[in-house]
Write a protein that binds this ligand. Structure first.
Ligand SMILES: Cc1ncc(COP(=O)(O)O)c(C=O)c1O
Length: 398
């Protein structure tokens, strides 16, 4: 079978290999502890579920306008105004099948073959895949554990060429948990505005911030950047709605027009029931969100301390999302008790999974060899057991 060039160029992610094997081990009866997940372990809050049931009973089960139902776009517009200080009309907002489709729509609408997209690394794996599908080239700008994975605006400036079409920012960050400082976000927003480059801010984790930290939207700090600015957010993480597939994009009208056309030609928009549930999510008592945020914060503080028990492993101080990125490069080149050499963190993750039934995502998936991502979207007992099992496994390496 001859698949398209685009399909052939998409490499399966190492995440998939680990999670498939984890599922298999679990099916074989092993107690696998899975810290590879990118989704909250909480149920979707009751008012959101109730609104969805109500939507079904009221018969809101037909196609919706491709850009999303007006009540939801109105609510997103007022939410952005009241809570973020940003002005977007309903004609500047499109609701899609998760933030992921919002990203895809934006990238398809902007990026041509030969265009470059600047992406800080470690990065969320879908950014370069989507740029690749659009025919563009990803240009990675490294952030370092020693700098707490902070972005360096000068490094972004050095990466700009005449072909740069777009800069992608994601703060709080997946996979590092870093929140970029106000100064740095502002500097990058000003840089993008000065150079006339599109700036995409993926703010999907903006509610999940800890220890008093605040996530800053570049468009709040530098309104001029909004002219070529794309704000993306969604309901998956803060509202525990991963399976509902609901996200939104806010952008200038000409871009929104193109995105509507792309969405109209592909999915016709996201499902009607989730959209009604989305209105309830933005309306509901925010104490419910705060409860989940506090639980994540408690786990993060616990895990950060507990991870110090891992011998020769370096950690950063994440303040957002639900991930910790740890540096295991000390173990590269070592041998397992059965004589296999650990040449990469894919090997290390495989060893931990096969020997101790602990699943992490290897850094290679995020352009961060030598590192593993731990998700703390799980309870403290599981986190503690994972670190204990990993410590044991590391001590057996020679
Ligand atoms: C950084 C980032 N952006 C976007 C998404 C997509 O979220 P969804 O499509 O579920 O809204 C994710 C999900 O893992 C993510 O980590």
């Amino acid at each position: 079978m001859k698949l398209s060039t685009k399909a052939r160029n998409l490499r399966p992610s190492p995440t998939l290999t680990i999670s498939t094997r984890a599922k298999q081990l679990r099916a074989d009866g092993h107690k696998v502890l899975d810290l590879s997940l990118g989704e909250p372990d909480f149920p979707t809050p009751t008012p959101i579920r109730a609104a969805a049931k109500d939507a079904i009973d009221k018969g809101y089960t037909k196609y919706t306008p491709s850009a999303g139902i007006l009540p939801l776009r109105q609510r997103i517009s007022s939410f952005l105004r009241e809570r973020r200080g940003l002005t977007y009309g309903t004609d500047q907002i499109v609701v899609s099948t998760g933030a992921k489709q919002c990203l895809f729509n934006a990238i398809l609408a902007l990026v041509d073959p030969g265009d470059e997209v600047i992406i800080p690394s470690p990065y969320w794996v879908s950014y370069p895949s989507q740029v690749e599908i659009a025919g563009g080239d990803s240009v990675f700008v490294e952030t370092k554990l020693e700098d707490n994975f902070q972005i360096d605006p000068d490094a972004i400036e050095r990466a700009i060429t005449p072909y740069t079409k777009l800069i992608i920012l994601n703060s709080p960050n997946n996979p590092t948990g870093a929140i970029y400082t106000k100064e740095r976000v502002e500097a990058i927003a000003k840089l993008a505005a000065k150079k006339g480059i599109w700036l995409l801010s993926d703010e999907i984790y903006d509610e999940l911030v800890y220890e008093g930290a605040k996530a800053h939207s570049p468009f709040q700090l530098c309104p001029e950047a909004q002219e070529k600015g794309i704000l993306i957010n969604g309901f998956s993480k803060a509202y525990a709605m991963t399976g509902w597939r609901l996200g939104y994009i806010a952008a200038p009208k000409p871009l929104i027009k193109a995105i509507r056309a792309i969405q109209g030609a592909s999915t016709s928009g996201t499902n009607s029931i989730a959209q009604h549930a989305g209105v309830a999510a933005l309306d509901m008592d925010r104490a419910l969100l705060e409860e989940m945020r506090q639980t994540f914060e408690g786990r993060m503080l616990f895990l950060r301390e507990k991870a110090k028990e891992l011998p020769h492993v370096k950690s950063s101080s994440p303040q957002g999302a639900f991930y910790l990125m740890l540096d295991f490069s000390h173990y590269l080149g070592m041998q397992t008790p059965s004589g296999q050499t650990i040449t990469s963190t894919v090997d290390l993750a495989t060893y931990l999974l096969e020997q101790k039934y602990v699943a992490f995502v290897p850094g290679e998936a995020f352009g961060a060899p030598g590192k593993l991502r731990i998700s703390y979207a799980t309870d403290k007992d599981t986190l503690a057991a994972c670190i204990d099992r990993t410590t044991e496994a590391l001590k057996e390496l020679r």
